[in-house]
Each structure stands twice: as C-alpha cells, then as structure tokens.
Design a protein around this ligand. Sequence first.
Ligand code: NDP
Length: 344
Amino acid sequence: MNDQEMRALVLTRYGGPDATEIRSVARPRLDPGRVLIQVYAAGLNPVDYKTREGKLRVIRRYPLPCAMGNELAGVVVEAGPGTTRFARGDRVMARVPKEDMGAFAEYAAVEESLVARVPREMKLEVAAGMPLAGLTALQCLRDVLAVAKGEEVLITGGAGGVGTFAIQLAKHFGCRVITTASPRGEQLVRSLGADEVLDYTAGGLDRVVARFDATFDTVGGAALATAIGATKRGGRLVTISGPVEPKTALIDLQRGAGLAALFWLVSASIRRVARKHGVRYRYLFMHPSGEELSELAALAEAGALRVVLDRVFPFEQIKEAMAYLEGGRAKGKVIVRMREEAWT
Ligand code: NDP
C-alpha cells in the first residue's frame, strides 16, 4: 500500500455480510470546500446494513464498489481550497454526505459545512457515535415535533443508538419523557433521565391510550401503530423506522411527485390509522449538518448530553461489529476504531 492508498470497508455488491470486504483503495480527492480527515473511529448504524442489503436502492444507488460508512471522528490533515473553518490538527466529527458514504476508511474528504469540532474532553472514539444518531434525535424532536417544556413525550426504543440521544435531548427541552425498553435497557434509560419506562416485552405500551403530546418512534413495525394509539388526539408523531410518506420525498429528499406518489401508497395504511386517532404523522430522513452538530457538541461540553457507547471494535473486526448491531440489542452506539488516539 503506497501513501496514496488506504484501507476501507468496500461494498462490492448488494447482499449479506460477504458483500463487503476490507480492501486497499485510493485515498479520496480533496475537492474545494472539503477537509481531509484522518479517521480515528467510525460509528455503525442500521442504515449501513440496510444499504448493504440494497434496501435503500429506491432512494439512492451507489456506484459499486464503494467505501461504506456514514459517521466518523478524526483529525484534519489538510484543509482544501476555499475552506475557512478548520486547520490541520483539528479534532472533528461528521455525518458524511449520504451521496458519498466513506466513513469506514482511514481517510475521508468531507464538506466543511458538515463538520464540527469535537469537545476537548471527548475521546474521538466516543465522538464518532454522535453525528448520525444525535442529529436524528435533534431534528425529530426540535424541527418536526417542536416539543415544548412540560409536554409528555413518548420515545420508543429508548435504549438504542438514537433513543439514548432522544431521551437526553427531550429532557433538555424540558419534557417529561416516557420510553419503551426491555428490562435489559431499563437501568440505562433511567440513567439518561427517562421519567417512566414501559417494558415493551410485557406489552407495556399496549394499555396506554391517547396520553402523549408528542411521540418519537425509532422502532417501527407493530410498535408504531401502538404508539399512534398512545398519542393524544391533536398530537404529533414522527417515525424514523415506519413507512415513508409524501413529505419525506418532497422535503427530506427534495425529489418529485413520482416518488411522493409511491411514498403516498406505501404509507396509506399507517396514515389511515393516524387519521383515525387524530395524530399528525411524519417520517423523517435526517440530514447532515455541521452547525447542528456543533450545537450537540456544545450540549455535551455543558454536561447536558453524553454519547452512550455499547462496544468498540477494532476496524479489522468491522463485520463482527456489524453483526452485533444487526442483532438489534445494542445499548447505545457501536463503534469501530481505525487508529488509537493518544489520550492524557
Ligand atoms: P439500534 O440498533 O441502536 O436499536 C437497538 C435498540 O432497540 C436495542 O437497545 C433494543 O432494546 C431496542 N428495541 C428493539 N426492539 C424494540 C421494541 N420493540 N421496543 C423498544 N425498543 C426496542 O438502532 P438505532 O437506534 O440506531 O436506529 C433505530 C432505527 O431508526 C433503525 O431502524 C434505523 O435504521 C432508523 N434510523 C433512521 C434514520 C432516518 O433518518 N430515518 C436515522 C437513524 C436511524 P432491547 O435490546 O432491550 O430489546
């Protein structure tokens, strides 16, 4: 491997774990407006295995082979032409552009508008777990649900990567937080500030009717319909795992009427359920943002937000890490480490 090459987890075709391999590939080009980051750690997300399986092909097709991975933390090694905010040596994190991926690699070139500084007291392998799940939770709670102080908010899947951020942010916004978790996750979600925990393995949410002002669903499936029923008439619900709906196509993906019509069909039945209960239904696709990520970093610095790590794997074991995440039992974030950070 020469100094223009790097190791990356490459997607060679759509399929199971064998569709990916660690390979030597060319380092990314540093286009204007981008910074070249030496990646120390990357966070894993369900979108990684869904992409590998080809489940998102309706929305986005990648030219294969391509490097995978959606969020990272590392150190700037070069700031490209036209950049102003970062310099060599800065410790940074980013949710990389969806069109590119490429976080499971030793280097990534990322638009500086998507990059944020990592708090001084936060290790890079911890920061790597913040961008995707943290931004998702922020955008759902603040931008879509617009939760207000004193409201009762339901968060399904509180022990997961997104849920652990959502609980803390909803508390930060002054809400009373009720979350679903199994007994395996109860202690964790309480430590993050959950006021009430409903054991989903014992049908804890099934008995709740029209109670919550706002609901953030991270689980989808049967849990979503139950969550709609548990939301007040006139309340609002956002899901990141249920059926996509027309606004997802028009607003989040900035696509046309064709995709919106398809999403209208896909979501017809769940929207009917929501209508029956008088609940406003929305599916959100999160978007990368360096500015919003800086807000999350500031909250972490102020002690209002922490990244919950489940496990950190060496990069060589990324397939084991992905299998672990796919098991669906992660408590907080699963991370791969490309490079050890000197930490004093
Ligand atoms: P995780 O893999 O981290 O979630 C695992 C957690 O979910 C475990 O702690 C598990 O708890 C809990 N869980 C599983 N089933 C249930 C259930 N029925 N009720 C309550 N909790 C449950 O996933 P993430 O949090 O990272 O992501 C969640 C979903 O959101 C994924 O489908 C992902 O693709 C999607 N997503 C979508 C985004 C978007 O932009 N639309 C952005 C980010 C994520 P236990 O072990 O105790 O059962």
